[in-house]
Design a protein around this ligand. Structure first.
Ligand SMILES: Cc1cc2nc3c(=O)[nH]c(=O)nc-3n(C[C@H](O)[C@H](O)[C@H](O)COP(=O)(O)OP(=O)(O)OC[C@H]3O[C@@H](n4cnc5c(N)ncnc54)[C@H](O)[C@@H]3O)c2cc1C
Length: 298
């Protein structure tokens, strides 16, 4: 089907054509999306997902686009940003957040309610949906340690709930990476603690981030997964690759695991730097670096 048909089928919804994705990605790279949809309600999202599946429209669901590189030819079909679904509700020790809520907001609200457990996530610039999809983690904490359940829309448009065990979490992996489900909300079960102690831990983690990570440049966080028995950043540093640059994409001189956009980087620059780093690390140390970031597009 052509993309105009989808727009015609849903008058009144926020669906736009030919959107430059670089305006929305944390790396500031990425080509055009054929169509972008910003659902305002779960009901809107559900209808469009079911329709797109029934009409074989390729679909990409994104949150804050902080863990991905979109190639220069962009994304075909329908790209859905869930960022307007951003409610956070507290009930006793539980926080339920919709997929587009930011992790930073959820951790702040947890602190305001003296609920501890997810302080490690305080500086992760992603959405709740992205964090569940990726099983995000830092400083010894990980989503799977605190998530009770997640609700999704299946590709057919059904609403389904998964328990923590159902999601088959492992390092930077969850079941949703294999099912094509769209995450719509997540419930975290936390522990009561002293608000000031929670705040102190969050501040400590954020200071560590600011001192070690190149937060002054656009990036997609740690590019590579931690290889068994090694640290990706250390391997890259030992290979002498810090500062290596193609076009505007550079292996950070502050944190070798990050690739920063020094201005006008393209998706190809990023992909070429990644390939070079993988080849050099393999040649020097015999270690395969697997990407943690998702590379979307051709
Ligand atoms: C400076 C910086 C620091 C970072 N620090 C950390 C860190 O400490 N730990 C860590 O784990 N990560 C870190 N990240 C990476 C990133 O912020 C996390 O992985 C975050 O959880 C991704 O969320 P997002 O909304 O940006 O996801 P996106 O980048 O939008 O998407 C990531 C993947 O999830 C899928 N997805 C997103 N939302 C949904 C949804 N609702 N339903 C189905 N699929 C979905 C997308 O299709 C994509 O494949 C960092 C990134 C940056 C830029």
């Amino acid at each position: 089907m052509n993309t105009n048909e989808l727009i015609t089928a849903f008058p009144g919804l926020d669906i736009r054509q030919h959107v430059a994705l670089s305006a929305y990605t944390n790396t500031r790279v990425g080509g055009e999306a054929d169509l972008v949809f910003w659902p305002r309600t779960v009901a809107e999202l559900r209808e469009v997902v079911a329709y797109a599946t029934a009409h074989d429209v390729p679909m990409t669901v994104l949150g804050n686009a902080s863990n991905l590189i979109i190639t220069d030819d962009g994304l075909r079909g329908l790209t859905i940003f869930v960022t307007k679904l951003n409610e956070v509700a507290v009930s006793g020790n539980r926080i339920k957040a919709t997929a587009g809520a930011t992790i930073i907001d959820v951790t702040q609200i947890a602190r305001e309610h003296s609920l501890a457990g997810i302080e490690w996530a305080a500086g992760i610039p992603g959405s709740v949906g992205g964090a569940v999809f990726m099983n995000a983690g830092a400083y010894g904490g990980q989503v799977d340690g605190w998530l009770e359940s997640a609700e999704v829309i299946t590709p057919a448009g059904e609403i389904k709930s998964y328990s923590n065990a159902d999601l088959q979490f492992s390092y930077r992996h969850s079941l949703v990476q294999d099912t094509g489900d769209v995450i719509i909300s997540a419930t975290f079960k936390l522990q009561p603690d002293d608000g000031a102690a929670i705040e102190a831990r969050m501040e400590d983690f954020n200071q560590k981030r600011a001192s070690k990570q190149p937060l002054e440049f656009p990036s997609c966080g740690s590019v590579f997964k931690r290889p068994e028995g090694y640290f990706a950043g250390k391997l890259i540093m030992d290979a002498g690759l810090q500062g290596f640059q193609i076009g505007g994409a550079q292996v950070s001189t502050k944190h070798a695991g990050f690739i920063v956009n020094r201005g006008n980087a393209t998706g190809s620059d990023y992909v070429n730097v990644i390939k070079h780093v993988q080849a050099v690390v393999k040649e020097k140390f015999g270690v395969d670096l697997e990407t943690e970031v998702r590379i979307l597009g051709n």
